[in-house]
Design a protein around this ligand. Structure first.
Ligand code: ASP
Length: 440
C-alpha cells in the first residue's frame, strides 16, 4: 500500500514544521513518496521563499543587485538545516542559482529552486531518495503538462525507489528548460505522483483541518466538510472556495484515487475526503456554500424571441467575439438573461451592447451590475425535497431580494444572485438554516 503525501509551504516554513512533517511521515510506513512545497510564511508579515525568488529574478533580469532577497532565501534554508541539526550544506546549490541569476536569469528556474532546495533538505532529513522533478515531470511543446510521457517515465522511476522525495511545482519543458506550473502548483505535482504510482490515497497536508462548509471570514467557525465528491468540489471552487490548486484533482480523479486534505498542525483530525463517488451522506443536506461578487446581468427582451432559432446564438456570439465566457444563461418566454463577470464585461460594454442591438434588435436591453452569485452545493439535494424553498426562506427571512435563480439539471447546486451588499448576510442566513438550525 502506497500513500503520496504533499506538504504545503506553511507545513515547511521552519525547522519546527519540518519536525512535525517527519513525525507524520514516519507514523505511517505507507507514506513513501513525499512532495514538498517551498517554505511558506512563518507569520503574517513574512515573505514566502517563492516570492523572494521571484524578486531575485526581477532584480537580476533588469541588471539590478539581487543580493538582499537572495540572502534572505539562503538564511531561510540555513536556519532550517541548523534547526534540524543536519550535517548537510546547500552551498553548491546556492552557488548554481547565484550563477544563473548573474549570467542568464530564468524566471521558472529561479522560482522552482524553492521546492528543489526544500526537497534536498527533506530527503536528507528523512533519509529518503531524492528524485528531481525535472527528470520525471514533463511539459509538451504547447507548454501543457504532458501526462503520457510523465506517467511512463515517472512510474518507472518510482518503482526503483522504495522511499523518495519529489519536489513540487516544476518539471521540464519541451526544450529542456525548467518550467513551473502556475502558483500553488505543488498540489498538482502531488496528484501526478499519486496517479503514477497508483497510490491508495493522495494526502494533501496543509494548515487547516479540511475544506470548510463556508468562508470563515463570513461565517464564524464553519463546519469542516468530511466527504465531498470531485464534482461538488469543482462547483464550490469555481465559485470561490479554495483549499488546493484547481488543476490538482484531475490526475488522481482520472484513476479514481481519493484526496485527503489534512492539517499538519493537527494531524489527528481526519480532514476532508475528496472522492469520485460516495454513498456516505453528509450530516446536512448541503455540502457547502461559496460565492463571488461583482457580476453583471444583461437582460435582453424581445417578443416572440422563441420563434427565432438563431436568437440565442447571435447573442452568445456578441460575447464570444470579445472572448468573454458566460457564467449563466437564463431564459424567460420573451427574455434572455446573460450573467457575466464585471471585470471582463465592463471594458467592452458599449461595443457588446451595440452589437447585440444590431444583431437581434431587442425591444429592450437592461444592464445591472453589482450582483453576487452564491452557489449552494450538495449531492444530497437531489433526494431531498424542499431544499430550494429552504434557501428562499432563509433569504426572505433576512429580507434579501433574490435577483436570479439557477438550478442545474444535475441538482448538484442551486445558484442565487443577490446584490453585492447582501452577499455576506445571504451566505450566513443560508448556512444558518441548513447547519445551525438543525437540518439533518
Ligand atoms: N511555492 C509555489 C508557490 O508559492 C508552489 C506551491 O507552493 O505549491 O506558488
Amino acid at each position: 500500500m502506497v500513500k503520496v503525501v504533499k506538504f504545503g509551504g506553511s507545513s515547511l516554513a521552519d525547522a519546527k514544521q519540518f519536525q512535525k512533517v517527519a513525525e507524520i511521515v514516519r507514523s505511517d510506513e505507507s507514506r513513501v513518496y513525499v512532495v514538498p512545497s517551498a517554505p511558506g510564511k512563518r507569520f503574517d508579515a513574512d515573505i514566502k521563499v517563492t516570492d523572494l525568488l521571484y524578486e531575485c529574478y526581477e532584480l537580476a533580469s533588469s541588471g539590478k543587485n539581487f543580493y538582499e532577497p537572495f540572502l534572505a532565501v539562503k538564511d531561510r534554508y540555513n536556519e532550517i538545516i541548523q534547526g534540524l541539526g543536519l550535517n548537510f550544506s546547500l552551498k553548491d546549490a546556492f552557488d548554481e542559482i547565484e550563477n544563473n541569476l548573474l549570467h542568464s536569469p530564468e524566471k521558472d528556474y529561479t522560482a522552482s529552486r524553492g521546492e528543489f532546495l526544500n526537497g534536498l533538505i527533506m530527503s536528507n532529513y528523512l533519509g529518503y531518495d531524492f528524485i528531481d522533478a525535472a527528470d520525471v515531470i514533463f511539459f509538451d511543446e504547447a507548454g501543457n503538462f504532458d501526462a503520457s510521457k510523465t506517467n511512463e517515465i515517472l512510474s518507472n522511476e518510482l518503482s526503483n525507489h522504495e522511499h523518495a522525495v519529489i519536489p513540487g511545482f516544476y518539471g521540464r519543458s519541451f526544450d529542456d528548460k525548467i518550467k513551473t506550473f502556475s502558483r500553488g502548483g505543488s498540489d498538482i505535482t502531488g496528484s501526478i505522483v499519486a496517479a503514477a504510482c497508483r497510490a491508495v490515497v493522495y494526502e494533501n497536508w496543509t494548515d487547516v483541518s479540511g475544506l470548510l462548509m463556508a468562508d470563515p471570514h463570513i461565517v464564524s467557525s464553519p463546519t469542516v466538510i468530511k466527504n465531498i465528491t470531485y464534482k461538488e468540489l469543482r462547483e464550490l471552487s469555481y465559485m470561490g472556495a479554495s483549499v488546493m490548486h484547481e488543476d490538482a484533482i484531475f490526475p488522481v480523479k482520472k484513476v479514481g484515487i481519493p484526496i485527503n486534505i489534512r492539517n499538519t498542525n493537527n494531524p489527528e483530525d481526519p480532514g476532508t475526503w475528496i472522492v469520485e463517488n460516495t454513498a456516505r451522506r453528509s450530516k446536512y443536506t448541503i455540502t457547502g456554500i461559496s460565492g463571488r461578487r461583482n457580476f453583471c446581468s444583461i437582460i435582453i427582451a424581445k417578443d416572440l424571441m422563441h420563434s427565432q432559432p438563431d436568437f440565442y446564438r447571435k447573442v452568445v456570439q456578441c460575447f464570444e467575439e470579445k472572448n468573454i465566457t458566460l457564467e449563466h444563461l437564463l431564459s424567460g418566454i420573451d427574455t434572455m438573461t446573460v450573467i457575466v463577470h464585471e471585470s471582463k464585461f465592463i471594458e467592452n460594454e458599449q461595443e457588446i451592447l451595440s452589437r447585440i442591438s444590431k444583431l437581434v434588435q431587442p425591444e429592450s436591453l437592461e444592464v445591472e451590475s453589482g450582483i453576487s452569485l452564491i452557489a449552494v452545493v450538495g449531492r444530497g439535494m437531489k433526494s431531498q425535497a424542499g431544499t430550494a424553498s429552504k434557501i428562499f426562506k432563509a433569504l426572505a427571512d433576512a429580507r434579501i431580494n433574490i435577483r436570479m435563480i439557477d438550478q442545474g439539471a444535475s441538482e448538484l447546486n442551486i445558484i442565487v444572485g443577490v446584490l453585492n451588499e447582501d452577499f455576506e448576510r445571504a451566505i450566513r442566513s443560508i448556512y444558518h438554516i441548513f447547519v445551525d438550525a438543525g437540518d439533518k
